[in-house]
Design a protein around this ligand. Sequence first.
Ligand SMILES: Nc1ncnc2c1ncn2[C@@H]1O[C@H](COP(=O)(O)OP(=O)(O)O)[C@@H](O)[C@H]1O
Ligand SMILES: O=P(O)(O)OC[C@H]1O[C@](O)(COP(=O)(O)O)[C@@H](O)[C@@H]1O
Ligand SMILES: [Mg+2]
Length: 485
Amino acid sequence: MATKTGQQDKMMKVEKGEYGYVLEDVPHLTDYIPDLPTFPNPLRFNPAYSVVKQYFVDVDDTVPQKVVVHKNSSRGIHFRRAGPRQKVYFDSDEVHACIVTCGGLCPGLNTVIREIVCALYNMYGVTKVLGIDGGYRGFYSKNTIPLTPKIVNDIHKRGGTIIGTSRGGHDTAKIVDSIQDREINQVYIIGGDGTQRGAAVIYEEIRRRGLKVAVAGIPKTIDNDIPVIDKSFGFDTAVEEAQRAINAAHVEAESTENGIGVVKLMGRYSGFIAMYATLASRDVDLCLIPESPFYLDGEGGLFEYVEKRLKEDGHMVIVIAEGAGQELLSKSTVHEKDASGNKLLKDVGLWISHRIKDHFANHKMAITLKYIDPTYMIRAIPSNASDNVYCTLLAQSCVHGAMAGYTGYTSGLVNGRQTYIPFNRITEMQNKVVITDRMWARLLSSTNQPSFLGPKDAVEVKNEPAPSSQLLESENCNCEDKAAK
Ligand SMILES: Nc1ncnc2c1ncn2[C@@H]1O[C@H](COP(=O)(O)OP(=O)(O)O)[C@@H](O)[C@H]1O
Ligand SMILES: O=P(O)(O)OC[C@H]1O[C@](O)(COP(=O)(O)O)[C@@H](O)[C@@H]1O
Ligand SMILES: [Mg+2]
C-alpha cells in the first residue's frame, strides 16, 4: 500500500497542547498564500441559519479521535471540527467549483453531489459548479457537466453517479493543468482510498504551483475500509440490501432437505459488509471474511461444521466476502490488477459452492446448494434514508471547509462529529475487521461457527498488534500509541 509521500510528511500540521493534546490539523490556503482577503460568511443573512445560536464553529473547536478514556489518559489525537466559519476566504462570485467521483459505485454518490451543489448555491450564493465527466481522467479527456440545484434536484433517488466514474487514468500534471485552464478554485473529490491518494497528490501539485485552489475529499466506499472515520456513507444501505439476498438464501435452504444457501458479498480486503449483514440477519450460520483465514478439511474445518449444521438443523446459510479465502483458490502471489492497481479477485463464492458439492458427493450425502451473487445489486442502488442524511452533512461540512480556506482534507465523521482530516491519515492504512475484537466475537457467538483457529493460533492472533477500527470498541484502536510518539 502506498503511504505518506515525503511532501505530505513535510506539510503535516501537528500542534501540541497540554496533557498530551495533539491536533492533526489540515492545511489552509494562507499556509502558502499569505495576506489573502477574507469576507464575512454570507450565512449570517440566511433566514434558516441566522436564528441558530452559535451557528459558526469556534476556530479552536476540535474533536478527539478516542472517546473512551481513563482518569489519567493523555488527551490524544484531535481533528479540526467541521462547520461554517465567521470568515470565508472566497467571495461567492469568485468561486468556480468542480465535483468528480472516482472508483467503484456506492449508494449515496448522487446525494453527495446534490448536496454539494445545493450548499454552494443556497448557502454561499455560488453559481458556477461543474461536474467532471467519468472520474479523474475526465479532467483532461472529457467534457464537463454544468450542475445547478435544478439539474440535481431529484438525483438522490437514483443509484450510481450522474457524472460517471472510472478507475485508473490519474495523471496529476494534466489534472492540475485542466484545473488551472478552466480557472477552477474549489475541487470536490468523492472516492475511496485510491481516490484520496490521488487527491493528496493533486493538492501537493496545486500547492507547489501556488494556486488559490481548495482541494477537498469526501470518503466513499461500501467496503467501509477507510480508517479514522466512524463509517463510510452507503455502507448501511449496502448492508440493508444484502438482507434481501440472505433472506432468499435462507428461504431456498430451509425449503429442501440438507439445503445450503451461499451468498457472496462485496469486501475486497475487509469483511465489514459480510459481518454486519450476518449480524443483522440472524439466519446466517457461517460468515467468512478476508481477515479470518479458514480451512476446509479435517477437525475444526469448514466441511465438518457444515455437516454438523445440516445434521442438527437440516439447512444452513453461508455468507462469504469476495476477498475471503483467496489464498486457498490460488497459491500464486502474482495477481491480475484492475486499472487502479487493485487486486482482481477470483470468484470465491463459486469456488466454495463447488468444493462443498464435491465434498458431499464424495461422502454420499445428498445436499441442495443454491449460490446467490448479489455483488453489484447492493451498491448500484440509491442510498437509504439515514445514509441520505449522512451524505447531506458530509457534503455541507466539506463545502464549509473549502469556503473557509481549508484545503488538503477529507471530511469525515469521527465519534459522531463532522471533522476535517488530513489526507495522509485517510490513506496511510486500511480499516479491517479486528478478529480479536468484541464485534467479531459477537458474530461467532451468533452464528456458532468455528473460529478456525487452533489454541496456538488463537494465542498468536491475540498477541498481534491490533489495527485501528472505528466501528469497533476503541480499546483495539492503536491511535493512542501514535499520539504518544
Ligand atoms: N496511489 C495513487 N496515486 C494517485 N492516484 C491514485 C492512486 N491510487 C488510485 N488512484 C486513482 O484514484 C482513482 C480511484 O481509485 P480506485 O482504487 O479505483 O477506487 P477507490 O478510490 O474507490 O479506492 C483512480 O482514478 C486511480 O487512478
Ligand atoms: O468491479 P469493480 O467496479 O472494479 O468493483 C469491485 C470492487 O468495488 C468495491 O465494491 C469497492 O471498491 P472501491 O471502494 O475501491 O471502489 C469492492 O468491494 C469490489 O471488489
Ligand atoms: Mg479502494
